[in-house]
Design a protein around this ligand. Sequence first.
Ligand code: ADP
Ligand code: MG
Length: 248
Amino acid sequence: MTSTTPTLVAAAAALNASKIYGKNDSEVRALDDVTVDFAEGQFTAIMGPSGSGKSTLMHCLAGLDTLTLGKVFIDGTDLSGLNDRELTVLRREQVGFIFQAYNLIPTLTALENITLPLDLGGVDVDEAWLNEVVSAVKLESRLTHRPSELSGGQQQRVAVARALASRPKIIFADEPTGNLDSRSGAEILAFMRHAVNDLGQTIVMVTHDPVAAAYADRVVFLADGKVVDEVSSPTSEQVLDRMKKLGS
Ligand code: ADP
Ligand code: MG
């Protein structure tokens, strides 16, 4: 069911990855020997019940958290072999992360938030691409507003645009459409699909929504910190069916 030998040169991979919180009686295995890879230019959805380890897996793959056992790779680079400075550079240049809670900077405008990773990295903004991203998330008329002046959905769209702006090697998105109405959600998913199809972007997205998962090329199911199933070219019906079987 799960591949035993991941392609370590995939855009991202985990090899026998375990993350254990606490000790003895209070021990929680958030990840329990996970081996999985995410091919370049693919859109993958990660699904599973609450507490199954989805966020932990993405945080560890993105270098935002460290494993207890095992290894994670970004584009073939073993993250455990990097020092703090190298990890910071890799995260900034190769990884985009869309957090569940947006994580926007309150004192910056929407546009400043979107270009922040580029500004921090001293990278010139690709204006044509930036315009395409901004128009895809329909933020043209909101660029000078601060997060407090934006709705939840608009803040989420800023967070999505920020991740896409630098065209990172891989984007991790933790329930990017969870706070959006279905129409705004569909627009963001369609744009993510476009970025994968037409620009070769790699995206890994956590979602609870079978309709959102059906935008992906592949769905990986987690339960109790393990990969328990996967589906290629999913339809929302197939995803729902698997979710029922897995009791999630
Ligand atoms: P998901 O994103 O699938 O809902 P998480 O990856 O957030 O799940 O969590 C997986 C498991 O690890 C859960 O049982 C959760 O309670 C536990 N966990 C997550 N973060 C911590 C932490 N910082 N300390 C202790 N336990 C944690
Ligand atoms: Mg989570």
